[in-house]
Every structure is written in structure tokens, then in C-alpha cells.
Write a protein that binds this ligand. Structure first.
Ligand code: HEC
Length: 110
């Protein structure tokens, strides 16, 4: 009995250790583990400079609500970066993520 419950605690501890080490502690940008919506990707990766509404303008970030770029041009800038804007090609990898992100960016326009 006693041995069994110690074993169980050991398992609990191991699970806890595993789950805490899989959290990314120092990543500034959040990787997409697939299946994130465009809005989630935007809020996680872009809002720090562009703001939740797209017009915050931190460190010279362009106002996305006033932007007239087409979807292909938006995607190119996000993948490769531009001047003070970092490249996201190593962070956002799925084409489907770019599609939903670009749709969301365009939806910020009014
Ligand atoms: C570190 C701050 C920063 C982050 C994070 C950032 N951007 Fe930018 N973004 C900028 C800056 C600065 C520019 C202006 C680049 C230039 O033209 O010199 C810019 C420009 C753009 C443009 C071009 C707008 C236009 O009309 O020219 C788009 C589109 C854009 N960003 C989308 C995004 C998206 C989508 C994300 C998230 C994946 C993102 N940005 C993350 C700083 C940032």
C-alpha cells in the first residue's frame, strides 16, 4: 500500500516536471502550435507593436487600419520583416496560419 502511493506521488511529480519544462520560458514571439485563429496569432505576435486595433504604432509600426496592401504583400512583409519589423517566417510556419492572419489584419480596416 505505502509503496504504491509513493509511486503514485512520484508519477504526479514527474508529470508536473514535464509539463512545466515544456512551457517556453524565454520566447518573445509565440510559435503557432497549429489551429490558432488569425485573431489569436495577431494578438500574440503583432499587437505588441501594432496594438489590438492595428493603430498603436510602437517603434514606427505602420497603422494597419490605414494600410492598403493586398494579401500577398502583407504576407511577404510578415514572412520577411521590414526595417524595424521582425521576420516571422521562422515563427509562423503554416500557410493556413498566414491565410487566417492576413484575413484578420485586413478585417482591422474600416
Ligand atoms: C517589433 C514591432 C513589430 C511587430 C511585433 C510587428 N510589426 Fe508589423 N510593422 C512594424 C514596423 C516598424 C513596420 C513599418 C515597416 C516599414 O515600412 O519601415 C511594420 C509594418 C507592417 C505592415 C506593412 C503596412 C503597410 O501598409 O506598409 C504590415 C502589413 C504589418 N506590419 C503586419 C504585421 C503583422 C501581421 C505582425 C504580426 C505577425 C506584425 N506586423 C508584427 C513593426 C512590427
Amino acid at each position: 500500500m505505502a509503496v504504491q502511493s509513493e509511486f503514485r506521488w512520484c508519477l504526479v511529480l514527474m508529470l508536473w516536471l514535464c509539463s512545466s519544462c515544456s512551457e517556453n520560458s524565454d520566447a518573445t514571439w509565440v510559435r503557432e502550435p497549429g489551429g490558432r485563429t488569425g485573431q489569436e496569432l495577431y494578438l500574440l505576435n503583432c499587437a505588441s507593436c501594432h496594438g489590438e486595433q492595428g493603430d498603436l504604432g510602437v517603434s514606427g509600426a505602420k497603422n494597419l487600419r490605414a494600410s492598403f496592401l493586398n494579401p500577398v504583400a502583407i504576407q511577404t512583409i510578415v514572412r520577411n520583416g521590414k526595417n524595424a519589423m521582425p521576420a516571422f517566417k521562422g515563427i509562423i510556419t503554416e500557410q493556413s496560419s498566414y491565410d487566417s492572419l492576413v484575413t484578420y489584419v485586413i478585417s482591422l480596416r474600416n
